[in-house]
Design a protein around this ligand. Structure first.
Ligand code: SF4
Length: 343
């Protein structure tokens, strides 16, 4: 057994974090949690009820497979990175159509489902079936690269290969599932990015970075992706009956098929008010602006409001209550709240 396994498992047993997807053997529930947590913080998923609500709406893989995409995107609204929801949905359909509703337990097969890479496959099967499969997420990368002083930027294939090798090498035979969870917990709560608590760490005796006083040097970051900025104008058109217009975004590009207020990009040679006027064709009131940061993009949206009985092509006239039935990304919600004076 690798020397870090006994102290790490003892530390985990002495009191680990409790999550609804831990200590269960329902692979579907674990799968949903892993996909939600890929780019969303645990506290967001739990405190805002996303996990429970999603599972209430789609309690089984069959229920998810049978749902239409708009319903799945509506349940995902606010979590961002909607490709995750589409892949989860496509994966559920594949499980029902090809595997009789049983989530494959062979990693080589599970890894062929949409959105399930090596990490997710290892996380689902090690947690739900105690299979000896490694995982490598941001927390595990941080712990392993500090413990072993792994050199090389983490976006390089050679560095990742070495980290995967280490993640596999440290796994014990007996409790690989708990061990993986413990590694993640250690990275999240003790071996944190900027202020690791090395004195309270069960692995401090064998930690290379600690011995060298070089904790801050690991992991070595990859190249930063440039953020692009875009200014947009969005218009809330409200009918006499109180319903307002939303439109579906194109099927390709950012936020595909999700809903938003009618909106357009503001070029360098025009103004938000001009763009909004061209979109609406009626008198408008300026409701301020909202900012939203995606992973590599920043939108500043100037929001306007006006009365109109006609909207753009393919418009949907909705009430505020009906928004919960639509795939509505956070950026659209912020614009709607600004237009309603709620922002
Ligand atoms: S000793 Fe410090 S740097 Fe090393 S694994 Fe523990 S918390 Fe991280």
């Amino acid at each position: 057994m690798h020397p870090i396994a006994p102290p790490l498992l003892a530390w985990y047993d002495a009191g680990h974090r409790l999550f609804p997807w831990r200590g269960i053997d329902d692979l579907y529930r674990i799968w949903v949690s892993e996909i939600m947590l890929q780019q969303t913080r645990i506290q967001t998923v739990l405190d805002r009820g996303y996990y429970d609500r999603f599972l209430e709406r789609f309690p089984t893989v069959e229920a998810l497979a049978a749902a239409d995409e708009d319903a799945v995107l509506a349940a995902w609204s606010g979590l961002g990175f909607y490709r995750r929801a589409r892949n989860l949905h496509a994966g559920a359909k594949a499980v029902v159509a090809e595997y009789d509703g049983r989530i494959p337990e062979d990693p080589a097969v599970l890894g062929t489902l949409p959105g399930i890479g090596r990490y997710t496959c290892g996380a689902i099967l090690s947690s739900g079936r105690n299979r000896k499969l490694p995982i490598l997420d941001g927390n595990v990368i941080r712990v392993l690269s500090r413990l072993h002083e792994v050199d090389g930027p983490i976006d390089k294939t050679a560095t990742l290969k070495e980290l995967w090798r280490l993640a596999e090498a440290v796994l014990p035979d007996g409790r690989p599932g708990d061990f993986n969870q413990a590694l993640m917990d250690l990275g999240a709560t003790v071996c944190t990015p900027t202020s690791p608590d090395c004195d309270g760490c069960p692995l401090s005796a064998g930690c290379g970075a600690r011995a060298a006083g070089a904790q801050a040097d690991y992991p070595q970051p990859g190249k930063r992706t440039k953020v692009t900025f875009e200014v947009r104008a969005a218009v809330m058109l409200t009918r006499d009956d109180g319903r307002f217009a939303v439109v579906r975004r194109p099927a390709d590009g950012l936020l595909p098929n999700l809903f938003e207020l009618p909106a357009a990009t503001v070029g360098d040679d025009t103004t938000p008010a001009d763009v909004a006027a061209a979109l609406a064709g009626v008198e408008l009131r300026n409701c301020g602006q909202v900012d939203h940061r995606f992973s590599h993009r920043h939108w500043t949206t100037h929001v306007f409001r006006g009365a109109s009985e006609v909207g753009p092509d393919d418009v949907r006239w909705v009430t505020r209550a009906e928004l919960s039935e639509l795939g509505l990304p956070s950026v659209s919600r912020k614009a709607i709240e600004a237009a309603m004076g709620l922002g």
